[in-house]
Design a protein around this ligand. Structure first.
Ligand SMILES: Nc1ncnc2c1ncn2[C@@H]1O[C@H](COP(=O)(O)OP(=O)(O)OP(=O)(O)O)[C@@H](O)[C@H]1O
Ligand SMILES: [Mg+2]
Length: 424
C-alpha cells in the first residue's frame, strides 16, 4: 500500500509537495526546507525509475481520472502520455467493462489482481495482467489507485503455440499406435484370407459347373475374400508395413501416368486443372504407391465437390521447408528442413470443420454414407514410408488443399541446397 499525505500528483507527471502548515511562513525552518527538497528529489528518482520500467504504471484519482501514466503503459495502449493524463481510465477498457468503485469500497480494499482484455487506441484488444493498489492518506482515506499493467500478448502466444504442438504430438502418437495395431491385425487377416481364397478357388476348380448352387456360393466366397484382402492391403498401407520399392522418380511422370485414371474416376461436374512445376528434382519413391496416393486424394477432392460444379487442381512443384514450416505439418517428427518436391490436390468443395480435420487420418473415420474411411489412412502410410510430410489447409464451404512433401534427392554436383525464407 502506498501512503501519501502531502504529495499531490500533477498532470505534468510531477508531484507537488505541500508544506505541513502554510499559516506562518516564518515558522518554517531551514531543516524543513531541506526535508522537502530531499523528498522532492526522492520522488523525482522514483518517477524516473517508473518511467524506465517495462511494466505499465497508471495512477488515477478516486473518480478514475488518470493523473499519471508511464511511457510503457501509454505505448502498450498505442497512446502518447499527454493524450492520457486527464482521461478516464475506462479509455483502456472494453465498453461497459470498467467497474466503478465507491470511496467506501476503496477504503475497504487494499490491492487486487486480475487478467483482462484491454483496448488499444486503434480499437484492437490485447490480454493484460493488472495489479491495483489503493493509495491512502495518513488517515486511511483513499486518494487514488496505482495500477501496474503487464502485456500478456507474447506469453499467451507462446502458450497457444505450445498447446498446438502438444496436440500435434498427441495426434502423431495416436496415429503411430493405430498404425502398429492396424499393421498387426492386417498381417494376421491377410494370412487367414489367403487360406480362404485358396480354398474357394479349389472348390471352384473341382466342383463341376452343373452343380450351379455350390459353384455360385464358392464364387461369392472368392469375391468377398478379394474385397476383404483389398481392405487389408489398405490397412497395411496405412501402417506403412508394406514393401516400398523406391527408385529415383520424376513426380510429374507419375501424375501424367494418372491423367486418364483421374479423368474417369472424377465426377463429370468437376473441372480438372493441372499446374505442373518444371525441372522438378527427382524423389526416391515407389511409383505404384504414389499412383495410389494420387488416387486417394483426387477421389476425395471430387467427392468433396459433390453435385455442384467445382474445380480440382493437381499441382506439383519444389519448395524449401524450414523447421517452422514443417512444424505445421503431419508426420514431421523425423524429417529435416530442406528441399521438398510437393504434390498438391486442391478442391473448392465442402471443406472441413475442426473436428473432421482432427480425425481424417484415423482408419475407418468417414463422413460419407458409402465411405470406408481408409483412403487417407493409406495415404498417410504411403507418405510415412517415403519420409514425407502432409499439410492440410481447409475452410468449411470453401475447399481443401492436401499438400504432400517428399524430400528431393540432392545432386551433390549442385552444391548445398539454397534456402528461400519466403517459401519456408
Ligand atoms: N478433399 C476433402 N474435402 C473435404 N473433406 C475431406 C476431403 N478429403 C477427406 N475428407 C474427409 O476425410 C474423411 C476421411 O477420408 P478418407 O479418404 O480416409 O475416407 P473416405 O473418403 O470417407 O472413404 P474411402 O475409404 O472410400 O476413401 C472423409 O470422409 C471426409 O470427411
Ligand atoms: Mg477417400
Amino acid at each position: 500500500m502506498v501512503t501519501a499525505d502531502r504529495f499531490r500528483p500533477l498532470e505534468t507527471g510531477e508531484y507537488e509537495v505541500t508544506p505541513k502548515s502554510t499559516k506562518n511562513t516564518k515558522e518554517r525552518t531551514r531543516p524543513r526546507q531541506q526535508d522537502a527538497r530531499q523528498v522532492q528529489e526522492t520522488l523525482l528518482r522514483l518517477q524516473k525509475a517508473v518511467e524506465t520500467m517495462q511494466l505499465g504504471v497508471t495512477i488515477t484519482d478516486i473518480t478514475g481520472k488518470i493523473v499519471y501514466t508511464n511511457t510503457a503503459d501509454a505505448r502498450m495502449h498505442g497512446h502518447a502520455v499527454d493524450e492520457l493524463v486527464g482521461e478516464d481510465v475506462s479509455i483502456f477498457c472494453l465498453p461497459g467493462y470498467r467497474r466503478s468503485l465507491s470511496a467506501g469500497q476503496l477504503g475497504r480494499m487494499k490491492s487486487w489482481q486480475r487478467e483482462s482484455m484491454n483496448v488499444r487506441k486503434d480499437g484492437s484488444l490485447f490480454p493484460v495482467s493488472l495489479m491495483s493498489d489503493v493509495v491512502q492518506d495518513a488517515h486511511g482515506r483513499p486518494l487514488g489507485i496505482v495500477t501496474t499493467c503487464e502485456d500478456l500478448t507474447e506469453s499467451k502466444r507462446t502458450e497457444a503455440q505450445r498447446e498446438r504442438l502438444e496436440v500435434q504430438v498427441r495426434q502423431s502418437q495416436k496415429l503411430e499406435s493405430l498404425g502398429v495395431l492396424a499393421g498387426g491385425v492386417a498381417h494376421d487377416l491377410s494370412h487367414v484370407l489367403q487360406g480362404i481364397l485358396g480354398n474357394a478357388r479349389l472348390v471352384l476348380s473341382n466342383v463341376p459347373p452343373e452343380a450351379t448352387t455350390l459353384h455360385e456360393h464358392a464364387a461369392a466366397l472368392e469375391r468377398d475374400a478379394i474385397k476383404l484382402s483389398d481392405l487389408t492391403n489398405q490397412l497395411l498401407a496405412y501402417s506403412g508395413d508394406t514393401e516400398v520399392e523406391t527408385a529415383p522418380l520424376d513426380l510429374n511422370d507419375v501424375v501424367l501416368d494418372m491423367v486418364h485414371v483421374i479423368e474417369v474416376s472424377k465426377a463429370a461436374n468437376v473441372e480438372l486443372r493441372y499446374d505442373l512445376g518444371t525441372d522438378l528434382p527427382m524423389i526416391d519413391a515407389d511409383a505404384t504407391k504414389f499412383r495410389q496416393l494420387i488416387n486417394h486424394l483426387t477421389m476425395n477432392a471430387s467427392e468433396a465437390i459433390g453435385d455442384a460444379n467445382g474445380i480440382m487442381t493437381v499441382r506439383t512443384g519444389v519448395r524449401w521447408a524450414n523447421r517452422s514450416y514443417l512444424a505445421g505439418t503431419y508426420l514431421s517428427q523425423d524429417v529435416s528442413p530442406g528441399r521438398y518436391v510437393y504434390l498438391e490436390v486442391l478442391d473448392n468443395g465442402c471443406g472441413m470443420d475442426r473436428e473432421t480435420k482432427a480425425r481424417v487420418f484415423d482408419p475407418f473415420f468417414t463422413t460419407k454414407a458409402a465411405g470406408r474411411g481408409l483412403g487417407l489412412a493409406a495415404a498417410m502410410g504411403i507418405v510415412r514410408g517415403h519420409k514425407g510430410v502432409i499439410r492440410i489447409d481447409t475452410f468449411p464451404e470453401r475447399g481443401t488443399s492436401f499438400l504432400v512433401l517428399i524430400p528431393a534427392i540432392e545432386d551433390p554436383a549442385d552444391g548445398p541446397a539454397t534456402h528461400d525464407d519466403g517459401l519456408g
